[in-house]
Design a protein around this ligand. Structure first.
Ligand SMILES: Nc1ccn([C@@H]2O[C@H](COP(=O)(O)OP(=O)(O)OP(=O)(O)O)[C@@H](O)[C@H]2O)c(=O)n1
Ligand SMILES: C[C@](O)(CO)[C@H](O)COP(=O)(O)O
Length: 407
């Protein structure tokens, strides 16, 4: 499939397409006993899945250019947490975050050619918003060799250990707390990581600096919490409970003309008929309208953008490919389909006897309950092209819930 966002968005120039590396191979020991923190449920959903949904909304990001580094023992948990997201196979991580990053960068370099940017992000930061990633990419586009979001330290700093005596104060002016995603040109940060092997550093800015790269600090975000301790999980749960999901509605409309034939496809069901519908794919007009409604709710274009009709590979293709892609995008954004309502507009064939099988087939493809899918039909009282029996029109509405802002 052609990818609609292959380079930095809008006016951003920079070191080519944006790759995202999510490091998820840690053990999360400071988060206490249980599964590694990136696979624990937060608001009913695995932390890693939330992080990947956040990443999917970043400017220039795509599933095809997102790689996740995991611990080899976590393959099953990873498969469950990323089901339906359409990601490439995960990369096996190392004993430290630094090693995991290097292994991920090597995998990205091996799988792509040419100059590109990479955003390196902790799986343990599920709330990194598009504007934050945008500031990092903007710095790269301005020519910075690296960019890191950060926030000023606001508490007084003092040396010491809990339960022990207070030690000397530490001047806090000019101190920043570094966050991720940290962005670089892929080749530069990969070279820096190769050179740094064996010397342990806690973030990629340190690795970049050790190689002589200059890194620009950009504004971070308080909401971009790194889940480290049980208290962080408790805080994040409170945020999520306070945030209502965002409900989006999209609409779709499509028309296909009749052509000589013996059956036609409508909403995933083949109906014997004295004509067929003509079109580049299987011409399933109902499924096309529904798919466009879902893409519309996501504000991610339409079928033609994801599956150009000029591309011969979609000739005669079953339209469920398009619908599955739209649902894959809903999942990638951390959303779910609330309901879909399709109206088929034709004099013939009669839709009534087929509407329940159509609902069942659409619900199966979208992996939602039957009750969320409606298929109905109307005529145009013999007026216009459907009334003259020249073709079939379909309109659809779809509503989806996307995770609300976590502020
Ligand atoms: N060997 C490692 C260690 C860490 N990470 C990842 O680096 C990110 C930031 O690290 P941190 O929050 O310290 O995670 P953990 O190392 O898992 O936590 P802890 O130190 O409490 O064990 C996390 O997404 C973590 O999964 C990694 O990919 N490989
Ligand atoms: C990279 C990082 O998130 C920047 O704040 C942080 O350094 C990772 O934490 P770790 O505990 O050192 O892995």
């Amino acid at each position: 499939m052609s990818d609609p966002t292959p380079t930095l968005d809008g006016d951003r120039a920079g070191p080519g397409p944006v790759h995202v590396l999510v490091v998820a191979a840690g053990r999360g020991t400071r988060a206490g006993p249980g599964a590694p923190k990136q696979y624990r449920a937060l608001g009913g959903e695995a932390v890693l899945r939330r992080t990947l949904a956040a990443v999917a909304a970043w400017p220039g990001a795509s599933a095809a250019r997102t790689r996740v580094v995991i611990h080899p023992e976590d393959a099953q948990a990873y498969a469950e947490a990323t089901r339906g997201l359409g990601l490439a196979a995960p990369v096996s991580g190392g004993a430290t975050r630094q090693e995991s990053v290097r292994l991920g960068l090597e995998a990205i370099r091996a799988g792509t050619s040419g100059a590109c940017a990479v955003l390196i992000h902790d799986a343990a930061r599920p709330f990194a918003e598009p504007a934050l990633a945008g500031r990092v990419l903007d710095a790269l586009a301005r020519g910075s060799q690296g960019a890191c979001p950060a926030l000023p330290v606001v508490d007084t700093l003092r040396r010491g250990a809990l339960g022990g005596p207070a030690g000397a104060g530490v001047e806090r002016a000019g101190l920043l707390r570094a966050q991720t995603p940290q962005g670089f040109a892929l080749d530069a940060i990969l070279a820096a990581h190769r050179a740094a092997a064996g010397r342990e550093m806690t973030d990629d800015v340190a690795v970049a600096q050790a190689a002589g790269l200059e890194v620009e600090m950009v504004e971070g975000d308080e909401v971009n919490l790194k889940l480290t301790t049980p208290a962080d999980f408790a805080r994040a749960e409170t945020w999520l409970q306070a945030a209502a999901p965002e409900v989006r509605v999209g609409t779709g409309f499509d028309v296909h003309a009749f052509a000589p034939g013996t059956s036609l496809w409508l909403c995933g069901v083949e109906i014997p008929f004295d004509r067929t519908l003509s079109g580049h794919s299987d011409a399933d007009v109902g499924m096309h309208a529904l798919t466009d409604a879902i893409f519309g709710a996501l504000a991610e274009g339409d079928i033609g953008r994801w599956f150009p009709p000029s591309d011969p590979q979609w000739k005669g293709a079953p339209s469920e490919i398009f619908l599955r892609k739209a649902m894959e995008r809903v999942a990638a954004r951390g959303g779910r389909l609330l309901n879909a309502d399709i109206t088929l507009i034709c004099e013939a064939p009669k839709i009534g006897p087929h509407s329940d099988p159509m609902r069942a087939r659409l619900a199966e493809i979208m992996d939602v309950h039957l009750e969320r899918v409606s298929v109905k039909a109307t005529t145009t009282e013999r007026l216009g092209f459907p009334g003259r029996g020249e073709g079939i029109a379909a309109q659809a509405a779809a509503s989806i819930a996307l995770p609300g802002p976590c502020r």
